[in-house]
Design a protein around this ligand. Structure first.
Ligand SMILES: Cc1cc2nc3c(=O)[nH]c(=O)nc-3n(C[C@H](O)[C@H](O)[C@H](O)COP(=O)(O)OP(=O)(O)OC[C@H]3O[C@@H](n4cnc5c(N)ncnc54)[C@H](O)[C@@H]3O)c2cc1C
Length: 464
């Protein structure tokens, strides 16, 4: 341990979990964070005293180690809630988790018969090979369910056609068959979908603030904000690193990266074992979806028709992907006269909304809320947050590129890739925490394969 000096790139959930784990062994640990705040994508933000997450964040995990990790940090504040959602489709709100009777009533008998018929046709006659998410959903659920529920929503998420999305995406996400879903739904057993989730009182910031409290008190841990590594070179069995704050030539025995692969590869200089051209070519082929978050503060009585945690929007006439009522989460503000509503818009850099003024974006958001009949009033306050590269896209054959990338980076001994960005994983928080913990243990001698950690919660009984 004496020779260990570890550098963590990024203070999101991955970097913080790694630091907490390393702190247990009192190893010298340095964390550099590009922004002026910890928490990354799991940040809680405050607007006019009202709290929002960066999109709805629910905590759900079957891995007892990660759940215990969160509970250790905030104790009783980590509470369970019954999930309450709706789907907006064809101008109607449909219950979610789907109830057969509600869906039948909202869609009407003609639609339901055509859905069942197309499912039967798919099961009996569809023999085409499965090369895309579209093929996968059509083969397992039929053309009608694909067209009505999967296509619009997923193409809003990804910005590319479902025929260009990897079948792995759908296969990982949906683990139940239609028959199981219908039977369970009729029996009112929604085991195929998450029925309850956890959420810490006060939001995610109560978790990362608890981590920061521990780390800030630890003499062996050093956290720098507004700082990045600018050059990483090999040195004996470790690394020599330069930083943007002017510090140069600092030795580290190990590095844990939770930052985007392109940002990491830019810093690598002088690793003869790595084919940098191959690495950078493959990294350049990766695709990401940006996220525009609109946060609006309303008088509480203006949002009285919005009892859900969030509503998934499958209706093509609405631009937003999802709308969340943060007033229905426990941020400890139950007496407030105000409520926070957030809308998500996924886009590429080339799309208008990415470069539009905040005022124009707010107009789109208010028009969306209006069309859905949710809120008609003007907000008391608003903010627009733009997150670049928020979602790694599982385009067809993305595995070929990630394989090329990881087979090069794996050659750098002492470098651990963990979390969403460095593993190119559309992941959940538990994946970031788990891989952060395992990366820390690997730096101390363990040999965990982080790529075996499952990345997301799926819809299905066998969900990870
Ligand atoms: C809209 C949305 C909703 C979500 N909902 C859920 C949910 O309900 N449940 C769930 O479990 N998960 C959810 N997630 C996923 C969850 O937010 C992520 O899994 C998790 O926050 C990722 O943590 P991370 O530390 O791996 O990465 P990040 O949070 O991205 O952290 C990386 C950190 O590195 C910093 N950084 C970047 N570049 C550098 C650099 N060069 N040097 C130093 N620092 C750098 C960043 O500023 C950031 O702080 C959601 C994600 C989104 C986008």
């Amino acid at each position: 341990m004496e020779n260990k000096k570890i550098l963590i790139l990024g203070a999101g959930y991955t970097g913080l979990a790694a630091a907490i784990e390393l702190n247990k062994s009192k190893v010298e640990t340095h964390i550099v964070e590009k922004s002026d705040k910890a928490g990354g994508l799991s940040q809680t933000i405050t607007l006019s005293d009202i709290k929002f997450e960066l999109g709805p964040h629910i905590y759900f995990d079957k891995d007892t180690e990660v759940t215990a990790f969160w509970r250790d940090l905030v104790g009783d504040k980590f509470k369970s809630y019954e999930r309450n959602n709706r789907i907006f489709y064809n101008g109607k709100f449909i219950k979610s988790p789907l109830s057969v009777w509600d869906t039948l009533f909202k869609l009407g008998p003609f639609s339901v018969i055509s859905i069942i018929w197309s499912f039967i046709i798919a099961k009996i006659f569809r023999k085409r090979p499965i090369n895309s998410a579209e093929d996968w959903v059509k083969a397992n659920f039929g053309n009608q369910l694909f067209e009505r529920f999967f296509k619009v929503y997923n193409e809003k998420i990804w910005g590319i056609k479902s025929s260009e999305i990897s079948p792995n995406w759908a296969g990982q996400r949906i683990k139940s068959s239609l028959t199981t879903m219908v039977v369970k739904s009729l029996k009112k057993e929604h085991e195929f979908i998450i029925k309850t989730f956890d959420f810490p009182d006060g939001g995610s910031e109560s978790i990362y603030n608890a981590q920061l409290n521990i780390l800030n008190k630890a003499e062996n841990v050093h956290l720098k904000y507004n700082c990045v590594a600018t050059k990483i070179s090999p040195s004996g069995s470790g690394f020599i690193v330069d930083f943007s704050n002017g510090e140069k030539g600092i030795y580290f025995s190990n590095i844990i990266s939770s930052i985007h692969l392109s940002d990491l590869s830019k810093t690598l200089v002088g690793f003869p074992e790595v084919a940098l051209n191959t690495l950078n070519n493959a990294i350049n082929k990766l695709m990401y979806r940006n996220l525009v978050l609109v946060n609006l503060v309303f008088h509480k009585n203006e949002v009285k028709n919005f009892k859900e945690h969030w509503i998934d929007i499958h209706d093509p006439s609405i631009t937003a992907l999802r709308v969340t009522n943060f007033g229905n989460y426990n941020f400890g503000l139950s007496n407030s006269e105000k409520s926070g509503v957030g809308l998500e818009y996924n886009c590429f850099e080339s799309e208008d909304i990415w470069t539009m003024s905040d005022e124009k974006i707010i107009e789109i958001a208010l028009a969306d809320l209006n069309k859905m009949g949710l809120i008609q009033d003007k907000p008391i306050d608003f903010s627009v947050i733009k997150l670049a590269k928020a979602y790694p896209i599982y385009f067809n054959a993305f595995e070929k590129q990630t394989e090329a990338i990881f087979s090069e980076l794996i050659k750098i001994k002492g470098l651990e890739l963990a979390g969403r960005n460095s593993m190119y994983k559309w992941n959940n928080m538990h994946h970031s925490v788990k891989t952060g913990i395992l990366a820390a243990r690997n730096c101390l001698g363990s040999k965990n394969n982080l790529f075996e950690v499952k990345g997301m919660v799926s819809i299905g009984k066998d969900s990870d």
